[in-house]
Design a protein around this ligand. Structure first.
Ligand SMILES: [Zn+2]
Length: 159
């Protein structure tokens, strides 16, 4: 028997420490929060994806009265990106959260399902997808790829 330790590390930054391109992407993700359909939870999620062709694609969560049918913002944005620009690679995803009733003052990481979906897109394009996470304000968490958020991920190598 042996213990295996999984270590995760990422950068926690002030927004001012980011490049103007990264700050712009975070601003676009916050603006995308206003496109969320979240009448039940009030929890708005906005995503802005930067493609290698320079295009920015937005997504926002879409809730449903039948709760299991709710769609997270990440797959909305990823699907839009790959349908509109199938040949383009996704370089960065900025993910912001907003809640009028309970202000989101720290970054919220993608849910487990979305981590798996992002991992699939990385495999599909054979390139990492960087992540920038921020709440309505405050610190930014920066990841160069999904792996630190999804250790021991399931992938095509098992199929
Ligand atoms: Zn999700």
């Amino acid at each position: 028997m042996k213990h295996i330790h999984l270590n995760t590390s990422f950068l926690s930054l002030e927004k001012a420490d980011l490049s103007s391109e990264e700050r712009n992407l975070l601003d676009r993700a916050l603006a995308a929060c206003d496109k969320a359909y979240a009448p039940y939870s009030g929890f708005q999620v906005g995503v802005a994806i930067l493609l290698d062709n320079g295009q920015i694609i937005e997504g926002a969560n879409q809730e449903n009265a039948a709760y299991p049918m709710c769609i997270c913002a990440e797959p909305v944005a990823l699907s839009r990106a790959k349908v509109q620009f199938p040949e383009a690679k996704i370089l960065w995803m900025a993910i912001r959260v907003k809640n009028e009733a309970k202000p989101a003052l720290e970054p919220a990481a993608p849910c487990g399902s979305c981590r798996q979906i992002i991992s699939e897109y990385e495999g599909r394009q054979k390139a990492r997808i960087g992540l920038l996470l921020q709440g309505q304000e405050g610190l930014v968490y920066k990841f160069d790829e999904i792996a630190p958020l999804l250790p021991l991920s399931f992938s095509r190598k098992f199929l």
